[in-house]
Design a protein around this ligand. Structure first.
Ligand code: UDP
Length: 453
C-alpha cells in the first residue's frame, strides 16, 4: 500500500439491510480490503450480515434503531428506508464519533462509503469532516433516470406518468426507455417520486459516486452521468467477479446443485425473483402451466411467503406438483452464483434486479425478463433492447407466453444467438475487472484520489 495512505487506511461501509444491497457492498469491502484498507461495517440491527469466516478481517458494529415489528412487517421498501434513516441517524453519529475517538495513529478513517439509500451517513460524515462517498447498487442508467426525473417539472411528470397513451412512447432524452420503463414504482405514491429521487441523487456533500457497473455495459449513461454530477463517478463492477464474497442472508439449499448435476447441458431454466418480489396468485399459476407446457426442465426458487395466502408452495395445483418430481426442482433459496455457473442452466427467468442481471451476464446466461418494480424495468429494457440477451414478458402473464418465452431461450435458434452475445459480454466483463481493465483502473483511480486530500 502507498506510504501516503498508511495513516488513513480504514474505510467505513454503511449498507442498506436488504440482500440486493448487502451483497455488493460486502464485495466492495473485499475489493478495498485486498488493496490494504481495514474495513468497518456499521449496520443496523435489521437483516445483519454475520462476521462469518469470509469477513473475519472486517470489524462489524451494530447500531440500535427503534422500528417496531409492525414497521418491519407493513412498511413498503422506501417507507421502511425513510423511517430507518430517521430512527438510526443519532446512533450512527454516536457510533462514528466513538470510532474516531478510539482510532489509532495508523488506522484513521479515510472515508465513509454509504449505500445511496442510507442518507443518515451524510450529516455525521459532514459533522466529523470525513469524506463521504455514495455507493450505488443499481445500474448507471437507473441512477441517470433518477437524476433526470428529479429535475423535470414535477407537475407535468405526474400528468404524463398517468397518461396511458404515453406509456409505450419513448421518454425524451432516455432512449430506449419508454415512460413505462421508468423506475417509478415501489416508491409509494407517484407524487412522492421527484422528492425521493432528489434526496437519493443529491450528492451535495459527497466527494464521489461509486457504481457497481462496467463501462462496456453502460458507456453512454456513465458519460452522461459524469457530466451531470458535480463529483467523480467510478464504475468499478461487476463486483461479484472482481471480489466475490458470500453474504447470503438466507440459508442456501445446495441440494439443487446435485439435481442440476443430473441434467443435460443448457437444458434447465432457472427461475428466481430475488429477495423481495411477491408473486400474484394468478401469475404463479400461469407460470406453472406455461412451464409445464414448455416440456423443459426448471429449477424454481419460491421464497416462503412470496405467493399470497400460501406459506410456501401449497397453493400450486397437485398436477403441477407431480410434474415437479419428473422434471423440476423447487427450493426456498438457491446458491444463485453457483446455479448460474452450472453447465445445465440454459436460461434465467428473473425479476431483473441489478445483482441478478450482472450475475447472469457474468455467466453468459440469456434471460427471460419479468420485472416487478423500481430499476428492474430499466434493466429489463436494456437486456432486451440494448444488450439483446433477454426476452421481456410484458402485460398480463399468460401461460402461452410463458411457454413461448421458455422455448425461445432453450430450444430455438434465437436462444443460441442470445447466448452467444451473452458470452461475448461475459468476456468483456471479465476483462474489465482484470489488471488494465476499465473497472480495475477505476477502482485504482478512486483509491488514488485519497492521496490528493
Ligand atoms: N439470490 C440468491 N439466491 C436466490 C435468489 C437470489 O443468492 O435463491 C441472490 C442473488 O444472487 C442476488 C441477490 O440475491 O445477488 C438478489 O439481488 P437482486 O439485485 O437481483 O434483487 P433484489 O433481491 O434486490 O430484488
Amino acid at each position: 500500500m502507498d506510504e501516503k495512505l498508511v495513516k488513513k487506511r480504514r474505510i467505513v461501509l454503511v449498507p442498506v439491510p436488504a440482500q440486493g444491497h448487502v451483497t455488493p457492498i460486502m464485495q466492495l469491502g473485499k475489493a478495498l480490503h485486498s488493496k490494504g484498507f481495514s474495513i468497518t461495517v456499521i449496520q443496523t440491527q435489521y437483516n445483519r450480515v454475520s462476521s462469518s469466516k469470509d469477513f473475519s478481517d472486517f470489524n462489524f458494529l451494530t447500531i440500535p434503531g427503534s422500528l417496531t415489528d409492525s414497521d418491519l412487517k407493513n412498511l413498503g421498501p422506501v417507507q421502511f428506508l425513510m423511517k430507518l434513516n430517521q430512527a438510526c441517524e443519532a446512533s450512527f453519529k454516536q457510533c462514528l464519533g466513538q470510532i474516531l475517538k478510539e482510532q489509532g495513529d495508523d488506522d484513521e478513517i479515510a472515508c465513509v462509503i454509504y449505500d445511496e439509500y442510507m442518507s443518515l451517513s451524510k450529516a455525521a460524515a459532514k459533522e466529523f469532516q470525513l469524506p463521504s462517498v455514495v455507493f450505488s447498487t443499481t445500474s448507471a442508467t437507473a441512477f441517470l433516470c433518477r437524476s433526470v426525473i428529479a429535475k423535470v417539472n414535477a407537475d407535468k411528470f405526474l400528468i404524463d406518468m398517468k397518461d396511458h397513451e404515453l406509456q409505450d412512447k419513448l421518454f425524451p432524452g432516455l432512449h430506449p426507455l419508454r415512460y413505462k420503463d421508468l423506475p417509478t414504482s415501489a416508491f409509494g405514491p407517484l407524487e412522492s417520486i421527484p422528492r425521493v429521487y432528489s434526496e437519493t441523487v443529491n450528492t451535495g456533500t459527497a466527494s464521489a459516486v461509486i457504481i457497481n457497473t462496467a463501462n462496456c455495459l453502460e458507456s453512454s449513461s456513465l458519460a452522461r452521468l459524469q457530466r451531470e454530477l458535480q463529483v467523480p463517478v467510478y464504475p468499478i463492477g461487476p463486483l461479484h467477479i472482481a471480489a466475490s464474497a458470500p453474504s447470503s442472508l438466507l440459508e442456501e439449499d445446495r441440494s439443487c446443485i446435485e439435481w442440476l448435476n443430473m441434467q443435460k447441458p443448457r437444458s434447465v431454466i432457472y427461475i428466481s425473483l430475488g429477495s423481495l418480489a411477491l408473486m400474484e396468485s394468478k401469475d404463479t399459476l400461469e407460470m406453472a402451466w406455461g412451464l409445464s407446457n414448455s416440456n423443459q426442465s426448471f429449477l424454481w426458487v419460491i421464497r416462503p411467503g412470496s405467493i399470497p395466502a400460501s406459506e410456501w408452495t401449497e397453493s400450486l395445483p397437485e398436477e403441477f406438483t407431480k410434474l415437479v418430481s419428473e422434471r423440476g426442482y423447487i427450493v426456498k433459496w438457491a446458491p444463485q452464483m453457483e446455479v448460474l455457473k452450472h453447465p445445465a442452466v440454459g436460461g434465467f427467468w428473473s425479476h431483473c434486479g441489478w445483482n441478478s442481471t450482472l450475475e447472469s451476464i457474468g455467466e453468459g446466461v440469456p434471460m427471460i425478463c419479468r420485472p416487478f418494480t423500481g430499476d428492474q424495468k430499466v434493466n429489463a429494457r436494456y437486456l432486451e433492447n440494448v444488450w439483446r440477451i433477454g426476452v421481456q414478458l410484458e402485460g398480463e402473464l399468460e401461460k402461452e407466453d410463458v411457454e413461448r418465452a421458455v422455448k425461445r431461450l432453450l430450444v430455438d435458434e434465437e436462444g443460441a444467438y442470445m447466448r452467444k452475445r451473452a458470452i461475448e459480454l461475459k468476456e468483456k466483463l471479465e476483462s474489465s475487472v482484470r489488471s488494465g481493465g476499465s473497472s480495475c483502473s477505476s477502482l485504482d483511480d478512486f483509491i488514488n484520489s485519497f492521496k490528493d486530500e
